[in-house]
Design a protein around this ligand. Structure first.
Ligand SMILES: Nc1ncnc2c1ncn2[C@@H]1O[C@H](COP(=O)(O)OP(=O)(O)OP(=O)(O)O)[C@@H](O)[C@H]1O
Ligand SMILES: [Mg+2]
Length: 336
């Protein structure tokens, strides 16, 4: 079995600065607290300034696997890069692991490791050298380094001495993940970790993420694969246009996603009131079709048909529509 830590050093928790944790208030249980976060990218000669985050409030509980979803350009990477200290916020408050980014920049930075969306690495470093260098940047003492374990964790042991420029795209992404781990952050942020990654690596990545999470690491990830978010995340926030659209536990969000539509073409004029089961909504479409939207958990199609029969509606044709996750996502993000 893969060991994440040296055996002689039992460390149930992440964080190089264990004192960090003791200094935190007992009541604090949020890994990340963001309030009124704004970011406007300055415009250029031909470019308008871009308001990428419009006063975002978001808290991410300690110990969770938290999914950040949203269409291209929503502001996910902007948020993540602000958390990582790579992008300067325009306004608002960012508290990481109990440390205000403006008040305790060093501690808040030490608590978080970010795997960026963009590949950025020195082509002349080997993975081992890149990790050692990163550890040096974070001031990780030699005795605390876990370079070999990280290389094993991300499946790069056999490439440890290869030049980064000779790594495949997927291997480069693994190296980015490895770099995010060198200082044993309490919070690991993955910006689209599985984009362009093969199935095997994806599975390995999720296994490792789960393992790290089981050991107490809070995980924040962005993904465009909704099934992935559904499978991995305890909670999900959807952002669009720099604003938070919804934030809920994955089961609750899935509940919203279990709406189906029953589309009925009536043969006769509907003259009586149709007494629909609770939670069922009716939308009349061009051509007289009636689309009944219902939740599969609460209602069955049979309940709706019963209501139609009771109102003497004769049915010419009937069809069932099931929104895919994509559609639900689009419907949540498009009407803003
Ligand atoms: N350095 C920059 N200068 C100017 N505008 C930027 C910069 N970086 C991002 N933007 C703009 O800010 C908005 C948010 O971008 P961001 O990269 O945060 O989106 P995202 O949600 O990560 O999208 P994706 O899913 O494509 O990664 C976009 O409109 C983008 O064009
Ligand atoms: Mg992005």
């Amino acid at each position: 079995m893969l060991r994440l830590y040296k055996a002689r050093k039992p460390r149930p928790e992440f964080g190089l600065h264990s004192s960090n944790r003791e200094r935190r208030g007992k009541l604090e249980q949020q890994a990340i607290e963001v309030t009124g976060l704004r970011k406007t990218y300055a415009g250029g000669k031909k470019q308008e300034p871009k308001e990428a985050l419009k006063g975002l409030d978001l808290s991410i509980p300690e110990g969770s696997i938290f999914g950040l979803l949203g269409p291209n350009g929503a502001g996910k990477s902007t948020l993540i890069n602000i958390l990582a200290g790579l992008v300067k916020k325009t306004d608002g408050r960012v508290v990481i692991w109990g440390f205000d980014q403006d008040v305790n920049p060093r501690q808040s930075r030490a608590a978080i490791g970010v795997m960026p969306q963009e590949l950025n690495m020195d082509p002349f470093f080997t993975p081992r050298a890149a990790l050692e260098m990163q550890a040096g940047l974070y001031g990780v003492p030699k005795s605390e380094r876990w370079t070999d374990e990280i290389l094993e964790l991300v499946g790069l042991s056999d490439k440890a001495e290869a030049y980064a420029r000779n790594l495949s795209g997927g291997m480069k992404r693994r190296l980015l993940l490895a770099k995010a781990l060198v200082h044993r952050p309490q919070i690991l942020v993955l910006d689209e970790p599985t984009a362009g990654v093969d199935i095997e690596l994806r599975a390995m990545l999720w296994r490792n993420v789960r393992k790290l999470n089981e050991q107490g690491m809070t995980i924040i990830l962005t993904t465009h694969y909704l099934e992935e978010a559904e499978e991995m995340c305890d909670e999900i926030a959807i952002i669009n246009n720099g604003e938070l659209i919804v934030r809920d536990t994955t089961p609750n969000l899935l509940k919203r996603m279990d709406r189906k539509a029953l589309v009925v073409e009536p043969r006769n004029e509907v003259s009586q009131e149709i007494r629909l089961p609770e939670g069922v909504t009716l939308e009349t479409r061009p051509g007289g079709q009636m689309a009944f939207s219902y939740s599969r958990t609460d209602t069955s199609a049979e309940d709706i048909l019963d209501a139609l029969r009771a109102a003497d509606v004769e049915i010419r044709d009937i069809a069932s529509e099931q929104p895919g996750l994509e559609e639900v996502f689009v419907s949540l993000t498009s009407n803003r």
